[in-house]
Ligand binder design. Structure first.
Ligand code: NDP
Length: 455
């Protein structure tokens, strides 16, 4: 307590960043998107799908599996939801331990020193009803992890992280899943790799409706949802029926209800996100914003956590360190996982010119795919380097098993300024998929076959 204000610091939002900042509140339990409707339930459902694939592989490795293996949505949902509840509780206990007062209120700013909260549990709206029937009959990724019964045959609209990950695990647990793509998949990511990820998904059973835009959703007397869409490739209107329609068309920040306009906090009028400086300050002194709500910031849990911690330390006068938003590694948990760090090939070319970069690449076969007879055509990696000089690594892209683990390891090296020769000096661990990164030697420019042969 400081007299004029009751608290030294008030954090609005109980997501990853808010918790991290308050420890050095929401409509869900504590933990925000990541814990309740994002990373955590998504990774667990992805694991459920991977186990289904492993069961299929297991037969080839000699496991006798009696009868046909089928999946029960309710058992998975119970287990995942119980884990999320345990995390909600854990966060609450940690806040108590750290003497952080948790108020479950909807916050808005009155002035730069005062936050107002409403305790009415108003339903959060993230979706605009741009398609008739979309809001009435659709669900979002906020809902899917909390469904008590299986979504059945599902149409997923959108083609980025959330859409591909959800469609991937639905296919993996043997549901009929279709992705509707209006333009390209994984915008902003390396497009060669995006193609490999969707090729693998198609081969694995996910249906893709390319260049299609939804027009309306109607509920039929049978209870099924009839979706009508425009197909830009054929110029015709097409329709099909589904049990569920999942909208994964991006997330909108709830900045309107915060009351920022009254204080003059500058927003990007298109995205609704808050304009922030390198130190997370907004246009109004004393008000800071970090995490998904900051304009131009990655919508990723670990960046919010780190930014929140660093801000709390700076505000307390313990440090002057700023968040470094360069070289943030990430992984898309599609059936074939895709991990990356740094620039895509397109972006590297844009910044350095086609002749200014060298791309080393390899198509490799994970050892675990061999006996299981799995197609490895999309298991690939590329290392994008500056051409000439030290050949500093500008980007790393890797598809294959455990891509998140592989990418996290190499992220340290790239963060430290690793060059192609550092990579060559690194000894591999055999037999792993990650060792293929330190062995890569074929350049795209050479036109040589990049398929890894032998051990
Ligand atoms: P994004 O904003 O990344 O993508 C939205 C997708 O929806 C795009 O494919 C877009 O297509 C499409 N779309 C938008 N509007 C329409 C429309 N009207 N009709 C049809 N399609 C439409 O959103 P996501 O929800 O996928 O992801 C949000 C963020 O969450 C990401 O930025 C990511 O950082 C984070 N995230 C991270 C994960 C991880 O770390 N593994 C997992 C999941 C999410 P178009 O390209 O044509 O605009």
């Amino acid at each position: 307590p400081t007299g004029k204000c009751e608290y030294d610091l008030v954090v609005i939002g109980g997501g990853s960043g808010g918790l991290a900042c308050s420890k050095e509140g929401t409509k869900w339990g504590l933990g925000g998107t990541c814990v309740n409707v994002g990373c955590i339930p998504k990774k667990l459902m992805h694991q459920a799908a991977l186990l289904g694939t492993a069961l299929k592989d297991a037969k080839k490795f000699g496991w006798q599996i009696p009868g046909s293996v089928c999946h029960d949505w309710a058992t998975m949902a119970d287990a995942v939801q119980n884990h999320v509840r345990s995390l909600n509780w854990g966060h609450r206990v940690q806040l108590q331990d750290k003497k952080v007062k948790y108020l479950n209120l909807r916050g808005s700013l009155v002035n730069e020193h005062t936050v107002k909260g409403l305790n009415k549990a108003g339903k959060e709206v993230r979706l605009h009803a741009f398609v008739p029937g979309a809001a009435e009959y659709g669900i979002t990724s906020d809902d899917i992890f909390w469904l008590r019964k299986s979504p059945g045959k599902t149409l997923v609209v959108g083609a980025s992280y959330v859409s591909l990950e959800c469609a991937g695990f639905l296919t993996g647990i043997s549901l009929d899943a279709t992705v509707m793509v209006r333009s390209i998949a994984l915008r902003g990511f390396d497009q060669q790799i995006a193609g490999l990820v969707t090729d693998y998904m198609e081969a694995y059973g996910t249906r893709f409706l390319w260049k299609c835009v939804p027009k309306r959703v109607e509920r039929l007397a049978s209870g099924a949802l009839q979706v009508t869409w425009a197909n830009a490739s054929t110029g015709s209107e097409e329709k099909d029926t589904f049990d569920s329609v999942l909208w994964a068309v991006g997330r909108a920040p709830e900045t309107k209800i915060l009351g920022l306009d009254k204080l003059g906090v500058k927003l990007n009028s298109e995205t609704g996100k808050i304009i922030v400086a390198a130190d997370e300050s907004t246009s109004v002194p004393n008000i800071y914003a970090f995490g998904d709500i900051g304009e131009g910031r990655p919508e990723l849990t670990p960046t919010a956590v780190k930014a929140g911690k660093l801000l709390a330390r700076r505000l307390a006068g313990h440090s002057t360190e700023l968040m470094n938003y360069d070289n943030v590694p990430t992984t898309v948990f599609t059936p074939l996982e895709y991990g990356c760090m740094g620039l895509s090939e397109e972006e590297a070319e844009r910044r350095h010119g086609k002749d200014g970069i060298e791309v080393y690449h390899a198509f490799y076969k994970p050892l675990e795919f061999t006996v299981a007879d799995r197609d490895a055509s999309q298991c690939y990696l590329k290392v994008i380097c500056e051409r000439g000089g030290h050949q500093t690594i500008l980007g790393l892209h890797f598809t294959g098993p455990n891509a998140g683990e592989v990418t996290q390891g190499f992220a340290l090296g790239i963060q430290c300024g690793a060059t192609y020769s550092h990579l060559l000096q690194t000894v591999g661990i055999h037999p792993t998929c990650a060792e293929e990164v330190v062995k890569v030697s074929i350049t795209k420019r050479s036109g040589l076959d990049a398929t890894v042969t032998g051990c």
